[in-house]
Design a protein around this ligand. Sequence first.
Ligand code: HEC
Length: 183
Amino acid sequence: MRFFISILIVCIFSIGLQAKLYIYIEKGVELPLKNQQVTLYSGTPIDKISASGDMVKVKLSGFVGKKDKTKLFATKNLKLLLASAEKPGLIKIKGEKGQLVVNVPKKSLTSDMEEAWANGSDLFYDKCTKCHHAKIVEHHSMQDWNALFGSMKYKAKTTKEQNVEILRFLRAFAKDGILKESD
Ligand code: HEC
């Protein structure tokens, strides 16, 4: 019994240590890290490796396509972009999976998922609730959202930049996305 309690304590402790962090960008969706030849995208969940001063060393994990080895996506269907590199080799590839280790400024990270996705989410709840109640994002797959958003964006009269943000939000929180709105 005591053994199980110790295991439980260890588990709870390690969950606490592995609290997720997300790429946070005040405006837009891109975080270019020029000196490292990569661009990260807003809301991307990352694992913290270590911190020194204002920089945090982080790991991004995801999927890469068969041809283009410079883009890391959240899921196998390659619909939600997490990072792009200026040249192949920067993303370490194993089969269809990829990993990227980069240094990110502390101010571009948050442990608050809602804050990380606030731009897309605010736009969605603002632009997409004018004619009907907010549709439940989780009710549709990423693929469905492509088509649904494709027809709705004209109704919502959103700009190109807003479309990018909303679609990112819809894909991340879709049925087969990587996040849950209630998390
Ligand atoms: C100008 C009005 C208008 C705006 C703005 C609008 N919609 Fe719609 N939407 C409709 C109408 C009309 C329907 C069809 C009736 C319904 O399902 O409520 C619809 C239906 C939908 C459906 C259901 C479709 C289905 O087949 O189940 C989804 C999902 C949806 N809208 C998403 C969005 C999103 C996302 C946005 C923001 C980009 C948006 N809507 C903005 C008018 C609008």
